[in-house]
Design a binder for this molecule. Structure first.
Ligand SMILES: *Cc1c(COP(=O)(O)O)cnc(C)c1O
Length: 366
């Protein structure tokens, strides 16, 4: 039996080749696994044109572990982080900073607007305590695309350092260290790179990381220590997710073979357009205007109908082999459909058909 289509980024649908890459056992001390780690890290640095200035520090765990490690390591104990919030992932970044006991300030744009760089500049001018700014590239809780370049510009002009959570964007949306000023970009194995879950990584400016020794509040989330150990031994500190790394290496091979970032962006954009068009045909509307919709995940307004119930809808769609995401908005009933993963137009059509049939079964649609 075929696995269900995961339109839930992520985990997301992976290729057979990526799954097959996990059929070997790797010793974590072994030189072949160390070489695999080194090659994956180099290719990840190349994704953002990091050149000699950036290093990749991989970290065990889901993406949030890497966000927590990046903030905890790069933000000095007496530093202050301004988090630009327009959804759940921005809120999470602020919350984890608060939990580790560092100073944090929030600039909230609601759930329906991109970050406004003018307001960021004003806040930075008003609060000289702020040393770092945290931003989410694509806010996955709605699918909003934030104007990263304009934000990076005002942060750099104000002499502050930028930390980007590009978890659901890296590998598909453009981001280059040659064009955008940042200190760190955080992402994970299981989103636009189409690997399996289990590792995050931080692409970090080597000079900033070198200055960050002793900042971390946590032993296992100390990026500086992880980096030093990797440099000295070629090994991960503590047990690496060996199969995940092997799967990511294969996923990166396939990424290159597909044509790299432009090809991936094109495929996701075409998935997103086909999805929105298909949903329109069913009378369903995306929550976001097209201008701020990233081609990563689409938030859909639930039908206004007495029979609507997400739980039942989800089960009926799943019975047809398609797994969706619940909405994450506080004020409006929505559900979400991912455009990313090893899927194309045929799979999007399958999802639209499954949604249509579920709505018919629920007597929401004739
Ligand atoms: C997926 C994601 C994360 C990390 O979530 P995990 O569940 O910890 O993997 C963080 N930020 C954004 C924007 C994401 O899309």
């Amino acid at each position: 039996m075929r696995d269900p289509l995961l339109l839930t980024p992520g985990p997301l649908t992976t290729t057979l080749a990526t799954k097959m890459a996990m059929l070997n056992d790797w010793g974590s001390w072994d030189s072949s696994f160390n070489a695999l780690t080194a090659s994956v890290c180099q290719r990840l640095v190349d994704l953002v044109d990091g050149g000699e200035d950036f290093v990749c520090v991989p970290l065990q765990g889901s993406g949030t572990f890497a966000v927590e490690a990046a903030i905890g390591t790069l933000l000095p104990r007496d530093g202050k982080l301004l988090v630009l919030v327009n959804g759940a992932y921005g809120k999470r970044m602020a919350r984890l900073t608060e939990v580790m006991g560092r100073a944090v300030s929030i600039l909230d744009f609601g759930e329906t607007s991109p970050v406004d760089p003018v307001r960021v500049a004003a806040r930075l001018a008003a609060d000289p305590q702020i040393t770092h700014v945290g931003v989410i590239h694509c806010e996955t809780s709605t699918g909003i695309l934030n104007p990263l370049e304009a934000i990076a510009e005002v942060v750099a002009l104000a002499g502050r350092r930028l930390i980007i959570d590009a978890m659901s964007a890296l590998g598909a949306l453009p981001l280059s260290a040659r064009e955008t000023a940042f200190d760190a970009v955080i992402a994970s194995s299981n989103k636009c790179l189409e690997g399996v879950p289990g590792m995050g990584f931080v692409l970090v400016r080597q000079r900033s990381l070198a200055l960050a020794q002793g900042n971390a509040h946590s032993l296992s989330l100390d990026l500086h220590d992880q980096w030093r150990y990797l440099q000295q031994t070629g090994q991960w500190r503590y047990t690496p997710p060996t199969h995940v790394v092997a799967a990511l290496a294969s996923a990166l091979d396939q990424y290159q073979a597909e044509g790299g970032r432009p090809a991936r962006f094109a495929r996701y954009s075409s998935n997103c357009a086909a999805l929105i068009e298909g949903l329109h045909g069913l009378g369903l509307r995306p929550f976001l205007p097209a201008a701020i919709q990233a081609p990563i995940i689409v938030t859909v307004q639930a039908p206004e109908h007495a029979n609507w119930q997400f739980g039942e809808f989800y089960q009926r769609v799943k019975a047809q082999g398609v797994v969706l995401y619940p909405g994450k908005l506080t004020e409006l009933e929505t559900f979400r459909v991912g455009c990313i993963g090893a899927i194309g137009k045929a799979e999007i059509q399958m999802a639209v058909d499954a949604i249509a049939r579920a709505l018919t079964e629920m007597r929401i649609r004739a």
